[in-house]
Design a protein around this ligand. Structure first.
Ligand SMILES: [Zn+2]
Length: 187
């Protein structure tokens, strides 16, 4: 929490100084960072889209992770869910699906990626590669991905610690441990 954003690295990636400003804490419990209420409220509205995607994926027999990409003005640009099982594509994570659904965007500054689960390295890399400004995360209890790394590099992280998201993943991992391990690259 107390690491300063890597300014040089951030400049190298073409972001302005404003994007380095963080919302604050990434542990999410009790909102110690003091996120303004409207930020929390907006984040939860966005999360509902990601949860709907995760449930759709679960209904298809897939890994229940959903995501969506929102524009700076709150417009929904794209949404999607993990399609590893459905498409036989190990790279088609929820964040990737949402990103692809959004099509080509000239500039990702000010955009928000919302995901039901802490983003893996692949998806954290996607966020950094394209300069997505903010990541809203449903939960990081069942899987702790790269969000600390993203925060250190100036990406605003809002971790909602949503019990429903955690329960959905816990149930899935309990029922399909081999599928989950395959998804996160554990042999
Ligand atoms: Zn991923």
């Amino acid at each position: 929490m107390d690491q300063a954003p890597d300014q040089d690295r951030t400049r190298q990636w073409g972001q302005d100084r404003d994007s380095v400003r963080r919302y604050g804490g990434v542990d999410g419990h009790g909102d110690p960072s003091g996120h303004p209420d409207h930020v929390q409220e907006q984040a939860r509205t966005m999360l509902a889209t990601a949860v709907a995607e995760a449930r759709a994926g679960l209904a298809e027999g897939g890994v229940p992770v959903g995501a969506a990409l929102y524009g700076p003005d709150g417009t929904l640009l794209g949404r999607g869910h993990n399609r590893r099982v459905q498409d036989g594509d190990p790279s088609l994570h929820a964040e990737v699906a949402a990103f692809r659904a959004a099509g080509r965007q000239r500039d990702y500054r000010g955009t928000t990626m919302v995901t039901t689960l802490s983003p893996c390295w692949l998806c954290s890399g996607l966020v950094r590669q394209f300069g997505i400004s903010r990541v809203v995360i449903g939960e990081a209890r069942t899987f702790h991905g790269g969000h600390d790394w993203l925060a250190r590099h100036g990406v605003r992280i809002v971790l909602l610690d949503d019990p429903g998201c955690a329960a959905m993943m816990r149930d899935f991992i309990g029922e399909h441990p081999e599928l989950w391990q395959e998804d996160i690259g554990v042999v």
